[in-house]
Write a protein that binds this ligand. Structure first.
Ligand code: AMP
Ligand code: ZN
Ligand code: FE
Ligand code: FE
Length: 277
């Protein structure tokens, strides 16, 4: 069944909270034999043009994408949007609003940290982000370099993950709104890392009714049993089984670019849905 070359439908660059520029990301992907890659930065398409250009030079087909992190009582619901258009101005207006909310959220987290005695500044966090969509990984980096935590991961574990003292919830889209937004703009939505959803069996039918097309079955932290469970759900709800490394360039999530098996049919099926739009 498996043919030939690595495909990766979930990756991040410095346009959001990844460590590599879009060019560096594609250079690395090409060196690893990846031939189809989605750049799926959080709430932004600003890295896509650069990635597509580098992909053309290196024989990597780059699919424009973004990952929308939502806010709800369903745990971490992230919606991947494939085949969205970086030139869609109306979509960019919505994405910019989400990025502005990211900035305000991190400002509030910095204030909380300062109140708890951890000296860290939003200006340093913004410097680390280098103009990319701000995220907690940038804050974790700032806490680490200021010596407040022994490792980057410990920043999440002790201070800024949900239920930690400096956590602030997101102002943004609810899961169904995210799926609807992607569909309104001609994109093809897939539910990212379904293992982080609380109440997946109850939420999934609602997402499907809102227009969900795919579910990320192939993902670094999935056990074979959970991948099988996701594949079962994909059959039951007629969803495309997607997958990717969620590579950010800091070793988190455990897989390098192209390091998670993704079947070529996955891309073909997403394209079929795009064509129907
Ligand atoms: P944000 O969008 O600002 O809420 O940040 C979410 C991002 O933080 C995710 O996409 C991951 O890259 C990263 N992240 C979330 N939880 C952890 C964790 N426990 N350890 C390391 N990175 C994490
Ligand atoms: Zn991320
Ligand atoms: Fe995610
Ligand atoms: Fe991601």
């Amino acid at each position: 069944m498996s043919t030939g070359y690595p495909i990766d439908l979930h990756t991040h660059s410095i346009a959001s909270d990844g460590a590599l520029t879009p060019t560096e990301l594609i250079v690395r992907a090409a060196a690893r034999g990846v031939r189809i890659q989605a750049l799926s930065d959080h709430d932004t398409l600003l890295g896509v043009v650069e990635a597509v250009a580098e992909g053309e030079r290196r024989g990597v087909r780059v699919i424009p994408a973004t990952e929308l992190n939502t806010e709800s009582e369903w745990g971490d619901v992230h919606v991947l949007a494939y085949f969205v258009d970086p030139k869609d101005d109306a979509l960019e207006v919505r994405l910019r609003w989400l990025r502005e909310n990211r900035g305000r959220r991190l400002e509030l987290m910095v204030e909380k940290l300062n109140g708890l005695g951890y000296a860290v500044s939003i200006d340093r966090v913004r410097e680390i982000a280098q103009g990319g969509a701000l995220g907690r990984p940038h804050l974790a980096q700032a806490l680490f370099e200021a010596g407040h935590v022994p490792t980057y991961d410990r920043a999440f574990e002790t201070l800024i993950s949900k239920d930690s003292p400096a956590y602030v919830s997101r102002v943004g889209l609810a899961p169904l709104e995210a799926v609807a937004l992607v569909r309104e703009h001609g994109g093809v939505p897939s539910l990212a890392h379904p293992g982080t959803v609380e109440g997946l069996e109850r939420l999934l039918p609602q997402l499907v009714r809102a227009g969900l097309v795919g579910i990320e079955c192939y993902y670094p932290s999935h056990t074979p049993a959970f991948t099988a469970e996701c594949l079962r759900l994909s059959v039951r709800y007629e969803l495309v089984a997607t997958g990717g490394s969620d590579f950010h360039g800091r070793g988190e999530h455990g897989a390098d670019l192209g390091g998670v098996f993704v079947p070529p049919e996955s891309v073909a099926s997403l394209e079929t849905h795009q064509a129907r739009r």
